[in-house]
Ligand binder design. Sequence first.
Ligand SMILES: [Fe+2]
Length: 174
Amino acid sequence: MSGGQIMSNDLRQLIKESIRFELNVAEVYFGFHHRFSEDSNFWWKLLIEEKNHAALLMSGKEYFLDAGMFPSELVGSSLATLKNLNGELERLIGQEKESPMSRSAAFNLAIDLEDSAGEIDFQHAMHETGRHSKAIGLFQSLNEFNLDHADRIRSYMRQNGIDGAQAAPLPSAA
Ligand SMILES: [Fe+2]
């Protein structure tokens, strides 16, 4: 197997785990959308955007990966980290159904998720302005409005007086 093939297999796994992560985050936000009627629109918007991130990665995998043009900056570089995050998040999704978290814990968890290894590389790639591949430019324009979740969550919390100091229930996500 050539070096190129090994790289492409690693990248395929990283993309797969990243898609799983985006969909897990969307599921968490879907739960919040249902439970917190006062924030229901806010969570709905975010969950649609997470689904769009997943869809972008899926198209990237389908159309760019085999052509050797997938921009690896879009996904994290540690497969183990992504797998751990997904495992923890899936446990938390199960747990959350039995004992739902408070409104402020929900927001704090969301910030941790958006700052975590599962989202941060995608976010950085979307802001890359220097030298980057044509592919990154294309992903940036496709993702135009689905940006800056952590900042948007923080400002929504400030505007609505939601406590940001509370510890989130996913300690290793940060
Ligand atoms: Fe995302």
